[in-house]
Every structure is written in C-alpha cells, then in structure tokens.
Design a protein around this ligand. Structure first.
Ligand code: NAD
Length: 496
C-alpha cells in the first residue's frame, strides 16, 4: 500500500474510495509523487449517474427557491475565501505554477460563486407579446444531471466557473477533473456541503479521460456536457453526444495573437507581451503565443523583449521570487522541444531559450523561448501549450489583421495601440471570441468567455452561461371567453 495520501471521490456527500486502482500524481516541478486518486471503475460511474438522477428528481436542489441557491453559493464563496491558502498550496504542487500566480488567480475565484449566486437570486422570467387574450410566460428550468470535464491548467478556476453556473440554475452536477491536477477540485465537495448544498447535488469523480470521462459523456441519461480541453477530446465525445441529443459547451484551444502597433510605447508593449505570453509558462488557452509586431518598431521591440525574456526567473514554484514555473509533464517538455526543432527546420531563428531546463536537477521546465518565425509556419499556426512564442514581423496594419486571422483557432487576441481609431478598426476585423484592447488575460465572471472556429462553441461566464444551464418552458394561458373550435360560429368567423 502506498504511503501517499489518497484523495477519494466526493460522492453523495462523503469522500468514498471507489476502487483499489489508483492514479499517482506527480509534482511537475520536483518530479516527486504527491498523492493518489481513484481511477474510478465504470460500474461506480454508472451508480453515480443514477444517484445524481435521483437527486435531481427529488427536487431538493432543482426545485429549491432562488434565495436558497443564493445562500448556498454565497456561503461557498465565503468559505473558499477563508481557506485560500490551502487551495493555493495544492494548486502550486499539482500544476508546478509559481505560487504568486496561484495566489493572484485563486483570490478571484470566489467572485464566480458570488456572481452566479446573485444571478440565481435576480434572474427573471419573461412574458411575451403574444397576440390576443393570452398571457405567455417563459420560465427557465434546470436541465438535469450535467457533466463537466475540466483541464489541469487552471484546475480550480475553471471547475468553479462551471459548477457555480450549473448549481445556480438548479442542476445536479458531476465533475470529472483532470487526472493530472484534481486535488483542489476534489476539496470543493466538502466545502459545498458545509455551505449547505444537499448531498448528491455535486459529485466529483476522478479518473482518466478516455475511461471515466468517456463513460460519463456517453451516458444518454445526462442533460449537458461542459468541456474545457483539447479539440481531440471534443472530437471524441461529440458523436455520441450528438446521437443522444446532448448539448455541449466546448472551451478548446487557442493561438492568441498579440498585435503590437507603433503608437504603443515599446517598454509598455514588451511588458504586455511578457505577461500575455509567459504567465503559466504559456499553458493557457489564451496565451499570447504569436507576437505580430509592426515593422516600424520591430527591431527595437524585439531587442528589449529578448533581454527581458532572458531575465525572467525560472525557479521553484514555491519560491516567492519565481516568475516561470514548470510545465505539466515530461511529455509537455518534449512537445515544446519538437515545436522548436520544427520551427528551426522551417527557417525560424531562435532568439532566446529553446531548451529544456530544470531546478536543482529536477522538474519539467522549458526555457522561455522566442522564435522569429514566418506566418503560416507550424509554430505560427498550432498550439504549443508551453513557453515557446512565435515572433512575426508585419509590414502594415492590414498584414497584422490578415496574419491574426490566419489560424484555425479564434479564442483570444489583443491589440496594443494608442491610436483610438486603429484600436477599434483592428478589433472589429479580428475574428476571435475575445478581443482585448491594451490588455490581455482580463477576465471577469460577468464577461462571456469562449471562442469561434476550432476554439469551441458556447460561453462560460455571464448571463449566457447561466442560461445555457437552463431550458425555457413556455406556458400559454388563455383568459378569453370565446366559443371553442368546431363551433360553427367560430369556423365561419375564421374562414369567412
Ligand atoms: P484534454 O482535452 O487532454 O483534457 C481535458 C479533460 O478532458 C481532462 O479532464 C481529461 O481527462 C478529459 N478527457 C480526455 N479525453 C477524454 C474523452 N475521450 N472523453 C471524456 N473526457 C476526456 O486537455 P488538457 O491537456 O487537460 O488541457 C489543455 C487543453 O485545454 C488545451 O488545448 C487548452 O487550450 C484547452 N483549454 C481551453 C480553455 C478555454 O477556456 N477555451 C481553458 C483551458 C484550457
């Protein structure tokens, strides 16, 4: 028996171990084993779905009134805020991301619970302008048992966004966190129980995507799938979901361009690029992974950017001074290295970085890397999900827009300029779900988040996300006193 702490599934209001079969989690920064989780067998997953269906049909949460849902989600926010340090430690250990990043990110996560608590309390139905002596009300009902499949890069943030929206709308929720970083999400189970959520309303199930996740997504009994992950995962689950008529919200990959124009002060643009590109070691779906720089400032910009990139402090994530932490796995290091060598083979020029590295001889680290590249090259078009950034010189505003739109992804993009007209002109032409002007990575629970093209469909955040967890019921009330059909008077009146 392993001496590592085992983190069990959260099922029906208790931590329950589903199996002898476990998955060992590795701290990517030290390569040490940190814990084990269940590799949940399919029989158990099946019984969890059954139990969730019972929870939903009991009405204990699905029919709870708005003020109850508001109260539970608000209390969950307060509890989470009071326990942030333990969540921050877990996130740092399991992702290898610098502790200062995790502090900044997690301090905002309770806001998602507060926002959706408020929506639960304030969202109103509608009355349509139906013709005649009729009142037509539209009410929103929860969907049923919804499945949420979440990734490892922002484990707590992404799971909380989805859980908050689904619970606010009255659904019963089954979450399958990433097998690489599930610990903080598993902890949410008990926290929600303490906040007053009825047992069985939120189930958290560990396991591999291709087993546990696949089984959940293929169930015809579920009412919605909300996935954040790669395109291949979407492609694996979509056919069965489509056959079962189950809607999917899909938050997938990206290749966000950072468009730098000459009116932007070089110093400010460089700071913006460092933040956009290297936060989370480039492992976010909106990583500014393509720097499209106007040729008027290209040389000056690149010279400063290279200097600043070389100065970034790669180190132990637990060290407060560390700016660049690990990437998630050895496979991820290899993937970064493959992208670099292919970029060179395609004529790209490495300006800095380009190699795997370590901290005290351990860990999955890759140097912050800048590669001068051609538009259309592999590095300029495909998602690395690591700190390997393509720099592309563009001759004009039109060229920047053209290159920005020339990938199959369309999630995030940022435009850096002090020319007000140019900012609007360019933002309008960029095909992406999120366009920032003089900002990047800015996120808020009220602001819709999601991409176009192969970056996915549907939105997280905002009123739309809440509504996507509901179905609309139309109730048509006739208060007129007219005679009924098959009465001669009526038929003659209608056809006369
Ligand atoms: P992934 O697709 O490998 O895994 C995501 C989740 O899907 C995990 O829980 C995994 O276990 C599960 N999964 C894998 N195969 C499955 C299957 N066949 N059936 C059901 N579930 C399955 O992605 P990842 O490596 O964890 O995350 C990286 C990807 O996520 C990147 O492409 C990134 O851009 C994307 N991402 C997107 C957003 C966004 O908001 N659009 C945010 C974060 C990450």
């Amino acid at each position: 028996m392993s001496a590592l702490q085992h983190h069990s599934n959260w099922i029906d209001g208790a931590y329950q171990t589903a199996t002898e079969k476990t998955i060992t989690l590795i701290n990517p920064a030290t390569e040490s084993e940190i814990a084990t989780i269940d590799s949940t067998p399919l029989e158990t997953v099946k019984s969890i779905i059954t139990s969730s269906l019972e929870n939903f049909s009991s009405g204990i949460w699905s029919k709870a009134d708005a003020s109850t849902r508001f109260g539970v989600l608000s209390k969950a926010a307060t509890l989470l805020r009071s326990r942030l340090p333990e969540f921050i430690d877990l996130e740092t250990q399991q992702t290898g991301r610098p502790i200062r990043e995790m502090r900044a990110q997690l301090s905002r996560v309770p806001e998602w619970l507060e926002y959706f608590a408020s929506l639960a309390r304030t969202h109103e139905g509608r009355v349509t302008p139906f013709k005649g002596t009729v009142v037509n009300t539209l009410t929103r009902l929860p969907l049923g048992v919804v499945v949420q499949i979440t990734p490892w890069n922002h484990p707590l943030l992404i799971a909380t966004k989805k859980i908050a929206a689904a619970l606010a709308a009255g659904n019963s929720v089954i979450v399958k966190p990433s097998e690489s970083a599930p610990l903080s999400v598993l902890k949410l189970g008990q926290l929600f129980q303490e906040a007053g959520l009825p047992d069985g309303t939120l189930q958290i199930v560990s396991g591999y995507g291709r087993e546990t996740g696949k089984f959940l997504c293929e169930s015809p009994l579920i009412a919605k799938i909300d996935l954040t992950g790669g395109l291949a995962t979407y492609a694996a689950i979509a056919p069965t979901a489509s056959k079962n008529l189950i809607p999917i919200t899909a938050e997938l990959g990206g290749k966000a361009p950072i468009c730098i124009f000459p009116s932007m002060a070089v110093e400010k643009g460089v700071r913006a690029a460092l933040f956009a590109s290297f936060i989370a070691s480039g492992q976010t779906c909106v990583t500014g992974s393509r720097l499209l720089i106007h040729s008027d400032i290209y040389d000056e910009f690149v010279e400063l950017l290279v200097r600043r990139t070389r100065d970034l402090r790669v180190g132990a994530p637990t060290d407060d001074r560390t700016q660049i932490g690990a990437v998630i796995s050895c496979a991820s290091v290899e993937r970064c290295a493959r992208f670099v060598s292919q970029a060179v083979a395609e004529g790209g020029k490495i300006l800095c970085g380009g190699e795997p590295t370590d901290v005290n001889g351990k860990g999955f680290f890759f140097q912050p890397t800048l590669v001068e590249s051609k538009a259309g090259s592999n590095l300029a078009c495909n998602e690395v999900f690591g700190p390997v950034i393509a720099l592309i010189r563009c001759e004009s505003e039109d060229e920047i827009v053209k290159v920005a739109n020339a990938t199959s992804f369309a999630l995030g993009a940022s435009v850096w300029t002090n020319d007000f007209s140019q900012a609007h002109r360019v933002a309008e032409k960029i095909d992406a779900g999120i366009v920032w002007i003089n900002g990047h990575h800015l996120n808020d629970p009220s602001s819709p988040w999601g991409g176009f093209k192969e970056s996915g469909m549907g939105k997280e955040n905002g009123i739309g996300a809440y509504e996507s967890y509901t179905k609309v019921k139309s109730t048509i009330i006739n208060y007129g006193q007219e005679p009924s059909w098959f009465d001669d008077e009526v038929e003659n009146a209608r056809y006369g």
